[in-house]
Design a binder for this molecule. Structure first.
Ligand SMILES: [Ca+2]
Ligand SMILES: [Ca+2]
Length: 628
């Protein structure tokens, strides 16, 4: 193992002084029956007790517009009636959502009116009602009846109140000259008897998602004349968006920086070909308040050019071709900001609800932040490309800023994405540890961490499953498509980020999936956020190879995290014993590609299992161990 040496960047294209800134109804109200069906509304409801579930009040701080549907239906002695009502529009919190009813269906005979006063109904065409023509045309129909369905959010109480609010008096006529009072949809009489002018109830805000969905218990109209059951349900969802005035849309293909060398390996990659994730990070940093970056050339305005230049000069901010999210954020912000993985990595492939909930939580909360997500690259790699999500629309689509300008919503990428996170202040939550343990490998190997409680985060090769059981941990796999040519990814990085890690001994096992060198990068941050000395180690992998490191982490400020290679551990269980020696013996003398060659037996990765490998394991056996 050798300490990885800093690679000097040999120059940088001068930044131009003027970098281009990429700014980047009753409409068809067919009352087909009579007598009329507009009634004093409402399902009489009593407030339900709050459910005993965890509530996330902070998630409801940034909701504004709402869109959704209300369905009110009844079953009478005649034809069932359904009143699907579509509601939409931009509204602010604590305002009423106005219904613009679009009603279709038939009102059965049993539906009546509360009192024959004030309101009449008009119908555009003569219809048959119980065998006789009973309605006559009175135009216009559109907007004859309006109503308001109110939802008032109280994020501090994690509740919402629904009401049917101010009713519009509308004059219509039915069957000649029937008049109705002010009304709303629904049953004629409430449980207490008589028309109920306003009804409502308080419900807990859902602890997942942002849809306000509710199906109320069937209500039986208490009016003996109309003993019919009524049902009401609704489904509303809001608009949420970040403050875009704090965000300058950036393109990785901006000529001001698109051909600058991207990673620090000295190869031909540029910001234009691989800089999507880094460009998203530049925007997320800007949103979090990083307007300038302290590059080796001095202070420069934050943009993909300056951020890339900065990250090239940090040993650990790029993980090969991947962005080392938390490390880069903490470094470039001087420890003021961190990368928030929103709990852990989620993908719409296996957890669409959870992935969208993470977006909703970040976008609809009291302090909305843009979210970096991975999407499908042009070659089909997933995630081969990264975009920044800036808003949620009431139709469940998500607005994005795309560094290559291909898409404007996640639907432009098939709605398929996986989460990375947001850039937020480290003092969140205040008073708690802001420590972190961030481990990355740049290529050819995946990693699996086992914490002092034996919880695991990483790629479990036995099951091929991603584990994120360590509290506060996330695991990311990144392989970037060439955004210029569409060429497939050339490297696959893996990283584990643990927020508020436990003190103690961690076992780190890296498992080979490719043949070649890898670099292991470990950054640790103490409970006060101070950075401990970086650890950079190199190794050689081949498919199926295994290497164990013992990592000792302490959150005490001033501590130094230590990573100790344990080459004798061939089976990754964190101890060296006869089982490890047996693995080497079983492949002794075999070379790569030969039958019975076990990559785990090749300790030094030179392609042959020989006495050098055997001696390495034997030396680490416990004193006095006798293996047969
Ligand atoms: Ca072992
Ligand atoms: Ca060997």
């Amino acid at each position: 193992m050798a300490v990885w040496c800093r690679t000097e960047i040999l120059g940088r294209k001068p930044m131009s002084l003027t970098k281009a800134r990429i700014s980047q109804s009753l409409s068809s109200y067919q009352l087909l029956a009579c007598p009329l069906a507009i009634v004093t509304l409402l399902v009489s409801l009593t407030s339900r007790p709050l459910l005993g579930q965890a509530q996330d009040a902070s998630r409801w701080g940034n909701v504004s517009g709402w869109k959704g549907n209300v369905l009110i239906s009844g079953e009478g002695s005649g034809t069932p009636v359904g009143l699907p009502v579509v509601c939409s529009g931009e509204y602010s919190n604590n305002q009423i959502i106005s219904l613009k009813p679009e009603v279709t269906g038939q009102f059965p005979l049993w539906v009546g009116v509360a009192s024959p006063d004030n309101i009449s109904l008009s119908i555009s065409s003569i219809v048959t009602c119980e065998g006789k023509s009973c309605l006559t045309t009175i135009a216009p129909l559109g907007g004859l009846i309006s109503n308001e369905f109110g939802i008032q959010l109280d994020p501090t109480q994690s509740t919402y109140l629904w009401t049917v609010g101010t009713l519009t008096k509308t004059v219509v006529s039915v069957c000649g000259a029937l008049s109705l009072p002010e009304f709303a949809w629904g049953p004629i009489s409430g449980p207490s008897g008589g028309p109920i002018p306003f009804l409502g109830a308080t419900y807990p805000l859902p602890d997942k998602g942002v849809h306000l969905k509710m199906t109320l218990p069937t209500y039986m109209d208490s009016n003996p004349l109309y003993p019919v059951p009524w049902n009401i349900s609704w489904d509303f969802s809001p608009v949420c968006k970040v403050d875009t005035s704090k965000l300058t849309p950036r393109r990785q293909d901006n000529p001001a920086w698109d051909d600058e060398n991207y990673d620090h390996s000295g190869n031909a990659e540029t910001i234009g070909t691989k800089g999507c994730a880094m460009t998203c990070l530049s925007m997320a940093l800007q949103f979090a308040g990083i307007s300038d970056i302290n590059t080796p050339n001095g202070l420069e305005a934050n943009d993909p050019g300056s951020l890339n230049f900065y990250m090239q000069h940090q040993d650990t901010d790029y993980n090969g071709l991947s962005v080392a999210w938390d490390k880069a954020v903490r470094d470039v912000s001087g420890g003021k900001l961190k990368f928030n993985t929103l709990g852990n990595w989620k993908s719409t492939v296996n957890n669409p609800g959870g992935a969208k909930q993470d977006l909703d939580s970040a976008l609809c909360g009291a302090s909305p932040h843009p979210v970096i997500v991975g999407v499908t690259g042009t070659d089909g790699s997933f995630p081969g490309h990264f975009v920044l999500v800036t808003g949620r629309n009431a139709d469940d689509t998500y607005t994005i800023i795309d560094p290559i300008g291909k898409g404007s919503t996640l639907d432009d990428y098939g709605g398929k994405f996986e989460t990375r996170g947001t850039v937020v202040p480290v003092v969140d939550p205040p008073g708690q540890s802001i420590g972190a343990l961030d481990v990355s490998v740049d290529n050819n190997v995946s990693l699996l961490l086992t914490d002092p409680n034996s919880d695991q985060t990483g790629l479990d090769n036995a099951s091929d499953q991603i584990l994120q059981n360590i509290a506060g941990s996330a695991y990311f796999t990144e392989a970037l498509t060439n955004d210029f040519t569409g060429a497939k990814p050339t490297e696959t990085g893996h990283s584990a980020e643990i927020f508020q890690p436990r003190d103690g001994i961690y076992r780190l096992v890296v498992t080979g999936f490719g043949k070649g060198p890898y670099q292991l990068s470990i950054r640790s941050f103490s409970q006060d956020g101070s950075s401990q000395p970086p650890i950079l180690l190199q190794g050689t992998a081949e498919p199926g190879s295994s290497f164990t490191y013992i990592v000792k982490y302490s959150s005490t400020p001033g501590s130094t995290t230590v990573a100790t290679p344990m080459p004798g551990d061939r089976n990754g269980d964190g101890v060296v014993n006869c089982a490890d020696l047996a693995i080497v013996k079983a492949s002794f003398g075999k070379k790569t590609g030969q039958p019975r060659f076990d990559p785990r037996a090749d300790v030094n990765g030179d392609g042959v299992v020989n006495v050098l490998d055997l001696a390495t394991v034997a030396r680490q056996l416990p004193a006095g161990a006798v293996c047969h």
